[in-house]
Design a protein around this ligand. Structure first.
Ligand code: M6R
Length: 358
């Protein structure tokens, strides 16, 4: 049950630091990463990895792409499950398919799995539900260990997916003797992420007030960011729109001036995410551009880049793992915006927890 929580979503947001620690307990045993050698080999032998997923799981794939490529030295391509059937990418000689799915029951993803299996390509499913269809039908499975996720809006599954992808990337990197992997201390870095999350989760009241001030009465808004922060923006926007019904677009900050900035008018709310040092000055420039066109901006910034005017400060983490830390305040923004509108946070209209139709 949800215990003393008013909604499952808030409980699941709060569980995230514990989920990260649980993932480490499952996958890091006696000083070793515990991943089947079969899986490590399959990834080593592949010349390209295709991640197939939908919604939040698709966004978790994006958040994992950079470190996965760096650790495994293999290119990673993202595929929207529902598009794959008629928009199939030109496949490499030795592809390996990675299906990321909280429920393991998403029909769009399953349809692709059936197809790639028929073509003879190996498949790995990463899911929260052991024994689910996608997990049974793939050659290999990794579990998220996030515990049941009840709220329609996915939160802890997203951070668990990225964390398990990080464990897998690190294990493959070590397996193939990649120096970059031996220098990446994942256990330590994931523990720092958990600590960062705890600090942000302690700021609920302050964040709720900021959200009230920033999003009250609005019908639309934008998230902007660059690099990893752009990927988090996509996820943050999906979360906000699916439960609060505020129309929201996650945008690459530098792309705004190529058209979308025309939508900014007096008091349009824009949420900016900044966690990468080299990119922050550019995003700061984009913030000035939207402010000069009347936007009101709420900033979500990692502490090493923050100044006194910033709104939500997130203790900084390893550059590979910023999505894990930066997403938490955006989940809270979606939660409070929805609560403040008097809507049912856990059961948004028109949506089901798992989408079992194509
Ligand atoms: O169970 P899955 O991870 O395969 O589900 C994919 C999407 O349907 C899911 O992430 C959906 O986008 C969520 N409602 C987002 O919060």
């Amino acid at each position: 049950g949800k215990g003393t929580y008013p909604y499952y979503m808030l409980k699941e947001i709060d569980e995230q630091p514990a989920v990260l620690r649980r993932i480490l307990q499952h996958y890091y045993v006696d000083g070793q990463y515990k991943i089947d050698e079969e899986i490590l080999k399959a990834i080593q032998q592949a010349d390209r990895l295709y991640i197939v997923a939908a919604g939040t799981s698709y966004h978790a794939g994006f958040a994992s792409k950079a470190f996965f490529e760096e650790m495994t030295k293999t290119p990673v391509e993202l595929c929207i499950a529902s598009e794959f059937g008629y928009n199939m990418p030109l496949l490499s000689e030795k592809p390996l398919f990675i299906y990321i799915s909280q429920s393991g029951e998403t029909a769009d993803s399953r349809q692709v799995l059936v197809k790639t299996k028929a073509l003879g390509y190996p498949a790995l499913t990463i899911t929260n539900v052991a024994g689910s269809t996608l997990s049974r039908e793939a050659d290999y499975t990794l579990s998220l260990h996030a515990g049941p996720e009840i709220a329609v809006a996915s939160t802890k599954a997203y951070t668990a997916q990225i964390s398990v992808m990080a464990v897998l990337a690190k294990a493959v990197g070590d397996y193939i003797g990649n120096i970059a992997a031996s220098e990446f201390h994942l256990v330590k870095e994931l523990s720092l992420v958990a600590t960062s999350m705890v600090a942000v989760l302690a700021e609920k009241e302050r964040i709720a007030e900021k959200v009230e001030e920033h999003l009250k009465g609005t019908r639309n808004s934008f998230y902007i960011g660059r690099g990893e922060d752009y990927y988090v923006s996509m996820e943050a926007a999906l979360k906000l729109k699916e439960i609060s019904y505020i129309q929201c677009e996650g945008f690459a900050a530098g792309e705004l001036k190529h058209g979308t900035i025309a939508l900014i008018e007096e008091n349009t709310p824009v949420q900016a995410i900044l966690s990468h040092k080299a990119l922050a000055p550019h995003t700061r420039g984009n913030i000035m551009e939207v402010i000069s066109r009347g936007a009101k901006v709420l900033t979500v910034v990692s502490d090493d880049l923050a100044n006194e005017d910033d709104d939500i400060i997130v203790p900084s983490v390893h550059p590979y793992l910023t999505s894990l830390a930066m997403v938490v305040p955006t989940q809270m923004i979606a939660y409070y915006a929805t609560l403040q509108r008097g809507l049912d946070v856990d059961k948004p209209r028109n949506l089901a927890k798992s989408v079992t139709v194509e």
